[in-house]
Design a protein around this ligand. Sequence first.
Ligand code: DNO
Length: 357
Amino acid sequence: MKMILRWFPNGDDSVTLQQIKQTPGISGVAACMPQIPVGDVWKLEDVRALKDEIHAAGLEMEVIESVNIHEDIKKGLAGRDQYIENYIKTIKNLHKVGVKCICYNFMPVLDWARSHLAYPLQDGSTAMAYRHDEVMKMNPTRLAESMVGNSSGYSLPGWETERLGVMAADIEFYQSMSEETYWDNMKYFLDAIMPYAEQYNMRFGIHPDDPPWPIYGLPRVITNADNIRKFLDLNKSKNNGLTLCTGSLGANLANDIPAIVKEFVGMGRVPFVHLRNIKHLNEKDFNESAHLSSEGDLNMFDVVKALYDADFDGYIRPDHGRMIWGEQARPGYGLYDRALGANYLVGLWEAIDRMSK
Ligand code: DNO
C-alpha cells in the first residue's frame, strides 16, 4: 500500500510539494494537468517536466488523476476514434515517465456534484455538502456556475470551464440516450484502451459516480456492487479496474463498503482507493466529514481492515477534507484535514498490520 495526496501543478494549489513531503507516511502525489483541454494529447515534454518537478521534491508520480475522457467517446460519436487515439498516445507518454495508475471517470457532462462547497459546521469548520432537493431545484448550468463560482479561484477537478458553455446541449443529448447505449460506449472505449494498458503495465481505475444516483436524468452507472461487477465484466483485463471511492459509493446507504472492498480488491481489480467519510442527514442529504469513524457513517477501521485482509497493493489517498484552522484552499483539497486523515489512515494500517503478525 502506498499513501499519496492529490496535488495540482502550475500554482493551482495552495498546498506545496514540500508540505506534502513533510507529511509523514506520504510517498507521492496523484498529479494532473487540468490546463490541457480534454481530448488533447499530453505531450511527453510536459509530463516529463511535471514528473521532474515532483521528483525534485522527493515524491513519486505513479498516479495520474484524471486523464479525462472526451464527451465524443461517452456519446459514441464518430469523433471518438480520434480521441481514443489521442488517449493512447497520452498513456504511452505517461508510461514513459513511470506512471503506473490512471484514475478517470465516465460520468456524462458533470463530474462530482455538491450543493455546497463550504457548508458551515457547528465547530466553525466548513465542509462540502450535498442536499438533493437543492441540487435538483437548480438547473445544471446554475449548479455548474455555483460550483465554479465558489471554488475560491482554484480550478475544480472535473469542472473544466470550457465544458460549461456546451453543458445544456450535452445534457439534452444524454437525456435521450439509453443506459444500455451508454454501457456500450464504455465497452468500446475499454476494448480500445486495455491492450495498451496491458502493454504499458498501467492499471486503470474508473471513479464511481458521485453521488451514486441519477441527477437531471443523466445516466449514472458506477453506483453499486452489481454495476461495478457489470463494468469489470465489460472488459475482463486485470488492468481494467475501479478507483474505490468510499465517500462516493458510501453516499448510498445501501452500499456495504467493506463488502465491496472485499469482493473487488479480492479480485485484484482495485488499483486506487479514495478514503473519506460522510455524515448523512437523511437518505440523499449528507455532509462530508473528517475521516475518523466516529465523525461519519462509515467505519474506517472496517474499511481499512478489509483492504488489508484482501492484500490491497495499490495506492490510497485521503479524499476531500474539511476546511479547518482557518485554511484557505481549493474546496475539499486543503492540507490540514487531509494530512490528519492520511496519518489516521496510516495509523490504522500500522495497527492492523502489527496485530495480524
Ligand atoms: C473529486 C474527485 C473526482 C475524481 C474524478 C476522477 O474531488 O474525486 O473529481 O478525481 O471523478 O476522474
